[in-house]
Ligand binder design. Structure first.
Ligand code: SAM
Length: 452
């Protein structure tokens, strides 16, 4: 019965395109990666990935792939690419992020769209990635860290609380809302059995509440993109219409994208016959409202003792170090995003602001994994270049201790294909493996990927 309901609704939504849709139902789902241009360019990465093919139509750095388990690939560990469903790349394309923008991604975990925004910002401006579900916020942080994003704040707050504090603050806001996921049915055949009319209606209620909160955070003249991965009219066009009826200070504007199937004149839908699993994207402009009037961040320099220890630590490990605003909170040493763009964070539930460089431990500093992921290999004084042939890459990722020249002593980075993977400490010919335990994988040798 449920399935009948679903297909009846699809027929209604798709009209003349229904037969094209039916032809795709039993075909395998699309897979894609997005190159992390913060770390590597497509022309450098693609020759290393034999499984990557055509460019996707939805974003400049996305490519179809014909392999799975890519999360275990060493270059995935190194943050060179993000595995992302191709049509999911469309929302950030519509958001049209400009250098220097302050951008909020309010439903951000696991981080596909946030890390895409970070690539577009290319180190400028501010990315604020928020996720309300705590364990998912930690996964988001781990992806922000892996992709080497330096100018981000990662928070774990309700949209209402966050946007109430940051009224009128952001140039662009993305609401990639939780939805009934009809665009994921080809990927996850079980999901179709969880679908129901009631669940879809409950999703649309939730989406309306999130959009209502998010609207406050957009500055006058700023933009908001609303996206879902469902085909439901209630959750897509219905939610957009409801939002516009409640928020006359917003108008629907063209997404600026020339792919998919147009809907409501200015919004778009993507179906499997367009080259992706399914997405809906609508873009709003805020015509009027209050700009942010709240306090900005008060930056406090480290004290003289902290500064001396930090300077020694940095010059021991790095060449020509350059950080924005080194800040100490309790025992943590952070390099903050541009503080002129940072609001007062007091009382907010922040998981990370900027890059975590290390922790004070009694009379020394222990570097943090984020130091390695945020910098290029050439910024480190000591580098261990890993190769596939000798299985060194696999051994490093699985946490093994490696042999190094006896004359090298101290902290350095392990490097794969010109991208940093993680830290190690060389002591008398041995590299103590500092790749975080939670990221280590033993099973990757089972991969049947050509070229590894
Ligand atoms: N943008 C993400 C990406 O590209 O990786 C995917 C976001 S997913 C579609 C929606 C997210 O909204 C989930 O992480 C979910 O935990 C979160 N969420 C669930 N309920 C929410 C609520 N009431 N308010 C805000 N976010 C919510």
């Amino acid at each position: 019965m449920k399935m009948d309901d679903y297909f009846a609704r699809m027929k209604n939504v798709l009209g003349d395109n229904y037969d094209r849709f039916l032809e795709t139902v039993d075909k395998p789902p699309y897979r894609a990666i997005r190159v992390n241009t913060l770390k590597i360019q497509p022309e450098e990465l693609l020759p290393l990935l034999t499984f990557a093919g055509e460019q996707v139509p939805f974003a400049p750095d996305g490519y179809y792939v014909n392999a799975d388990k890519l999360g275990k690939h060493p270059l995935h560990h190194a943050g060179a690419f993000y595995v992302q469903e191709p049509s999911a790349m469309s929302a950030v394309t519509a958001l049209d992020v400009q250098p220097g923008d302050k951008v909020l991604d309010i439903c951000a975990a696991p981080g596909g769209k946030s890390t895409q925004i970070a690539s577009r910002l290319s180190g400028t401006g501010l990315l604020w990635a928020n996720e309300v579900v705590r364990p998912r916020a930690h996964i988001l942080l781990s992806n922000i860290e892996r992709m080497g994003v330096k100018n981000a704040v990662v928070s774990n707050m309700t949209p209402d609380n966050l946007c109430g504090r940051l009224e009128g603050f952001f140039d662009r806001v993305l609401v990639d809302a939780p939805c009934s996921g009809e665009g994921m049915f080809r990927k996850d055949k079980e999901a179709i059995f969880e679908w129901s009319v009631e669940h879809s209606l409950a999703c649309s209620e939730r989406q309306r509440a999130i959009l209502d909160s998010a609207a406050a955070a957009v500055k006058p003249g700023g933009y908001m993109v609303y996206s879902t991965c469902t085909f439901s009219e209630d959750e897509n066009e219905g939610t957009v219409r409801h939002f516009l009826s409640q928020h006359p200070e917003f108008e629907l504007v063209d997404t600026g994208c020339r792919f998919g199937v147009p809907t409501m004149d200015k919004a778009l839908r993507i179906y499997p016959f367009n080259g992706g699993e399914g997405h809906f994207v609508a873009k709003f402009k805020k015509l009027r409202g209050k700009p942010y009037k709240g306090a900005m961040y008060t930056y406090i320099e480290p004290d003289a003792d902290e500064r001396r220890m930090i300077d020694e630590f940095i010059t021991d490990i790095l060449r020509n170090p350059s950080f924005r605003h080194i800040h100490v909170i309790d025992d943590r040493i952070l390099d903050l995003p541009d503080t002129e763009l940072l609001p007062d964070l007091d009382g907010m539930n922040i998981l990370r602001a900027g890059v975590k460089l290390g922790d004070f431990k009694k009379n020394r500093i222990e570097p943090h994994h984020n130091l390695a992921t945020s910098l290029t290999p050439y910024e480190f004084k000591r580098r261990l270049i890993l190769s596939y042939e000798e299985n060194l890459t696999a051994r490093y990722i699985s946490g093994e201790e490696l042999e190094v020249d006896t004359w090298i002593n101290g902290w350095g980075v392990a490097v794969v294909n010109g991208v940093t993977l993680g830290l190690g400490k060389a002591v008398n010919g041995h590299l103590k493996n500092k790749y975080p335990k939670g990221l280590r994988t033993l099973a990757w040798k089972d991969l049947q990927i050509e070229g590894l």
